[in-house]
Design a protein around this ligand. Structure first.
Ligand code: ZEM
Length: 288
């Protein structure tokens, strides 16, 4: 009996969780007609991205492993404004599945957001272990929307991505919108912000973008409707010749975009994570 109970105690926490069940429970949290465009999917994708995108390959710090995004000061960094909404929505699942780490929960929520909104399957592994506030990353590791191609490259090269991967990742801006009370910017990138499409690229290329006339930070709106927006950093993908090659590719070839996005997003969620050797790779089935 003693031997048996000791064995049980030594089962690592991450192995005690049924991740397909967590996937389903996250999927059940997505829809809410009173929130934004009706889905938490976009903000879950943004949470997963900001939890992971702090990675610095030189110092091997940051990334999703510690889930330090939930601690101040990282939670208070300007780039993370509004992500408390996503964390609060997910908190009941942390209580229900006590053995899941926050790092696994937040990254899995990003996978659910992409897949359930019609995007590609994204491979995912469990086994991140949470860290305390002293592991928080310094401010400034996430991209600044007001800047251009050089800055975008600095930020994503630091994580270990190349131009093609960066161009694929930013296609996530087909989802969701900017909120003046979070980032200061305003509006969605296209007409279907709760469906994962290649519309970021088609809108970027096909529209004429003009500076929005307002008191807010510099952003662009489509001419003539003004219904859709682009950040200055988004516009860099159209004007920079090396980025533009991939923007044109993804605009005409949705399958290639889906494949490239899936690989780059899976890589993003794993930056800096040392997985247990026996951590399985999941390809979750989408619910219908
Ligand atoms: Zn975003 N992003 N992002 N992004 N992002 C916003 C919203 C969303 C940049 C950025 O400054 C902003 C990636 C890359 C980059 C999503 C996913 C991903 C917002 C608006 C800003 C300002 C926030 C707000 O007001 O709510 C910049 C400069 C980027 C690099 C060039 C990557 C990579 C992403 C995922 C793979 C998503 C899904 C949203 C929408 C969030 C929502 O709540 O609707």
């Amino acid at each position: 009996w003693y031997f048996y109970s000791k064995q049980q105690d030594e089962t690592p926490a991450w192995k005690k969780v049924n991740y397909q069940n967590v996937y389903k429970d996250i999927a059940d949290l997505l829809e809410d007609e009173n929130y934004d465009d009706g889905s938490y999917g976009p903000v879950f994708v943004r949470l997963a991205w900001h939890a992971s995108g702090t990675y610095d390959k030189k110092t091997r710090t940051g990334g999703s492993a510690g889930a330090t995004i939930r601690h101040a000061p990282e939670s208070e960094h300007g780039a993370n404004a509004g992500l408390d909404v996503a964390r609060r929505r997910l908190e009941p699942l942390k209580q229900k599945y006590r053995n899941i780490s926050y790092g696994d929960l937040y990254t899995l929520a990003g996978v659910v957001g992409v897949q359930e909104l019609g995007g590609p399957t994204v491979q995912w592994r469990p086994g991140r272990s949470d860290k305390q506030a002293d592991a928080c990353t310094p401010d400034g590791r996430l991209p600044d929307a007001a800047q251009g191609a050089d800055h975008v490259r600095d930020i994503f090269y630091r994580m270990g991505f190349d131009d093609r991967e960066i161009a694929a990742l930013v296609g996530a801006h087909a989802l969701g919108r900017c909120h003046t009370y979070r980032s200061g910017f305003d509006g969605p990138w296209n007409a279907s912000p709760t469906v994962f499409t290649n519309f970021f690229y088609t809108e970027l290329l096909e529209n004429t973008w003009v500076p929005k006339k307002w008191d807010g930070p510099k952003q662009f709106v489509d001419k003539p409707t003004g219904a859709f927006m682009m950040l200055p950093a988004d516009m860099a993908f159209k004007t920079d010749p090396r980025f533009r090659t991939y923007i044109e590719l993804y605009a005409r070839d949705q399958d290639t975009f889906f494949n490239d996005f899936s690989a780059a997003f899976a890589k993003l969620l794993e930056l800096g994570v040392k997985f247990p050797e026996d951590a399985p790779t999941y390809r979750f089935k989408t619910l219908d």
